[in-house]
Write a protein that binds this ligand. Structure first.
Ligand SMILES: [Zn+2]
Ligand SMILES: [Zn+2]
Length: 253
């Protein structure tokens, strides 16, 4: 209903460059030209975290990740156009743009994808109330349609973490430490224990499948590593992760 209304009220123009969208693209929010400007993240990269390879020595981005988190990939570099698109998804009240972003993520090559289940990185209850939706859940939902794989909201965020943007890598780790747990691990705890949560049952065998965490942006990997830790503690064997954007090389010096 909301989508139908949006389409009646808003002219069909590209959200990023304002060019008119062709009839064929009228369901989209981003035109072909802008989508082709998104710069794919390409190899050579660290086989595990997908960050461009370090010149020497081991990769510092993923060295301390939990063992279960075996592979992380991002679709595009987070420069101008892609950043604008993520901004629209998170702060512009435009969850529909998730379909455009998931389109860019759909071609990511993940081992085990035919058996995988998608797990959105959850928002804290406060942030969720503020925004009205979880942008990662919208991305995961759009991707699950593309990949024809189920989505299962296995995790809750037990507290609202401060925005990571201005934090150093070490501070980011501390900021998200212990922020996630399995959704029904504690009745009525975390995530302000909604009724829906207490009714939620983790599907049998979910943790034996490859689980693919879905988030909007990869910056240092701290959030994904922490979410993967919660899944690993719960018994997950293999965790992979995909994001739409990857921040231009984080400063680890
Ligand atoms: Zn455009
Ligand atoms: Zn790495």
């Amino acid at each position: 209903m909301r989508n139908a209304l949006d389409q009646l009220l808003l002219p069909a123009e590209c959200l990023l460059c304002r060019a008119l969208l062709s009839f064929r693209d009228s369901q989209r929010l981003v035109c072909d030209v802008c989508r082709h400007r998104w710069r794919p993240v390409r190899a050579p990269w660290c086989g595990r975290c997908g960050q461009p390879e370090p010149l020497f020595g081991r990769c510092r981005v993923c060295a301390d990740w939990p063992a279960a988190l075996v592979l992380t990939r991002s679709a595009v570099w987070l420069d101008a156009g892609a950043r604008h698109a993520v901004h629209a998804l998170k702060y512009g009240g435009l969850p529909r743009i998730a379909a455009d972003l998931a389109g860019a993520m759909a071609s990511l090559d993940l081992p085990g994808r035919p058996d995988a289940w998608l797990v959105p990185v959850p928002l804290g209850a406060g942030r969720l109330r503020q925004r009205g939706y979880n942008q990662s859940e919208r991305l995961a939902r759009a991707l699950s349609r593309r990949w024809n794989r189920p989505l299962v909201e296995l995790l809750v965020r037990t507290r609202d973490t401060v925005t990571q943007t201005a934090l150093t890598p070490e501070a980011r780790l501390a900021n998200v430490a212990g922020a996630f747990q399995l959704r029904n691990a504690k009745w009525g705890m975390g995530n302000e224990g909604t009724r829906a949560d207490s009714a939620f049952q983790i599907p049998h065998s979910a943790l034996e499948r490859p689980l693919v965490l879905v988030d909007d942006v990869f910056t240092t990997g701290a959030t994904l590593a922490e979410a993967a830790t919660a899944l690993e503690r719960a018994g997950a064997r293999t965790v992979l992760a995909v994001t739409f954007g990857r921040a231009l090389v984080p400063d680890f010096t």
